[in-house]
Design a protein around this ligand. Structure first.
Ligand code: GA4
Length: 343
């Protein structure tokens, strides 16, 4: 990983050092896609999105063997020497794009975290959704990693569409495809992120128990689907402002409500603040699929949900292009939705 300048490690370590470890989230809401009752699953999705804005998906049909291959390929990718990772991932991104390999620097507004990552744009509805820009033949190691990630994206996307259909049903929307339509359009703007949080044994000796891996934030998109290895670190913010750690579960997926879904539901669903803290002696690897709408899509609270809210419209209309541009100007931890509230 890239060496940090003087003072930068303190930025990652200090805020965490003064915090106690968050207690485990006792009641992780669960949605069983393999269960008998569709109506029950739809109700469970809505209740979870209104509550924490976060839930676990079990009973899905993404093959465990594929999850294991993704995990192994990610570990192998991040184990490569730094220059090789940079060179390999250059094949993943057009010059000047925010995509590719990154280490410790998150976004471009000065945020730092104890993390290295690969960030890729995802083409919606394509058989091989991940880009192959740049060199004609990317390095063989990156090439095979990308092939495995392509398989993963196709499988996870199908599971996510299922969840979004249940959501629309649970909300009583007339158009059952209202949410899926936004993320499955050929111009839908989705992102895949593979994060690697290496352990940092020396910090313990220096008296820093926990590092900020990925600082607190909400996700700008509609929905995010996360899968991690068996290492803890993910924490969500509860409604009372306290933090709870999410026990890892490598067989399941974790779903976050994003900012745009909070807007579409007129604030009924909660875009959950979350973060990743590093304290484990084992590395954490997570893969997150962020599903967004097409750039030109005009987003506003859905009329049915405004009517249910007594006609009160909590957010003004905007396009995803506009929201994204505004979000990318912010620091990670900022509240991005406040600029779009009607009052
Ligand atoms: C948070 C969610 C996703 O990881 C991400 C992040 C993006 C980035 O890493 O480039 C952002 C962050 C995320 C929100 C505010 C801006 C943009 C870093 C940052 C400081 C890929 C996304 O879409 O928004």
């Amino acid at each position: 990983m890239v060496v940090l300048a003087k003072g930068e490690l303190e930025q990652i370590a200090l805020p965490a050092a003064v915090q106690k470890a968050a207690p485990p989230l006792a009641d992780v809401p669960e949605v069983d896609l393999g269960g008998a009752g569709r109506a029950d699953a739809a109700r469970a999705v809505v209740a979870a999105c209104e509550g924490h804005g976060f839930f676990k998906v079990t009973g899905h049909s993404v093959p465990p063997g594929l999850l294991a291959r993704v995990e192994a390929a990610a570990a192998a990718f991040f184990a490569m020497p730094q220059p090789e990772k940079e060179a390999a991932a250059a094949a993943a991104a057009a010059p000047g794009s925010p995509f590719g390999y990154g280490s410790k620097r998150i976004g471009c507004n000065g945020d730092l975290g104890w993390v290295e990552y690969l960030l890729l744009g995802v083409a919606a509805a394509a058989a091989a959704p991940l880009p192959a820009h740049g060199e004609a033949s990317p390095s063989p190691s990156y090439g095979s990693f990308r092939d495995i990630l392509n398989e993963y994206v196709v499988a996870v996307r199908a599971m996510m569409w299922e969840v979004l259909k249940l959501m629309a049903e649970g909300l009583g929307l007339k158009e059952k495809d209202a949410l899926v339509r936004l993320v499955s359009h050929e111009e839908s703007d989705s992102v895949l992120r593979v994060n690697h949080y290496p352990p940092h044994p020396e910090l313990k000796q220096q008296g820093h128990g926990r590092l900020t891996g990925f600082g607190e934030h909400t996700d700008p998109q509609i929905i995010s689907v996360l899968r991690s290895n068996d290492t803890s670190g993910l924490e969500i913010s509860l409604r009372d402002g306290s933090w709870a750690s999410v026990p890892p579960d490598r067989k399941s997926f974790f779903v976050n409500v994003g900012d745009v879904l909070q807007v579409l539901t007129n604030g009924r669903f909660r875009s959950v603040r979350h973060r990743v803290m590093v304290s484990s002696p084992r590395p954490r690897v997570s893969v997150i699929f962020f599903a967004g709408p097409p750039p030109r899509e005009r987003l506003a609270p859905l009329p049915w949900l405004v009517a249910e809210d007594g006609g009160r419209r909590r957010y003004r209309e905007f396009t995803w292009r506009e929201y994204k541009a505004s979000a990318y100007r912010t620091k990670l931890g900022e509240n991005r939705l406040c600029h779009f509230e009607t009052e």
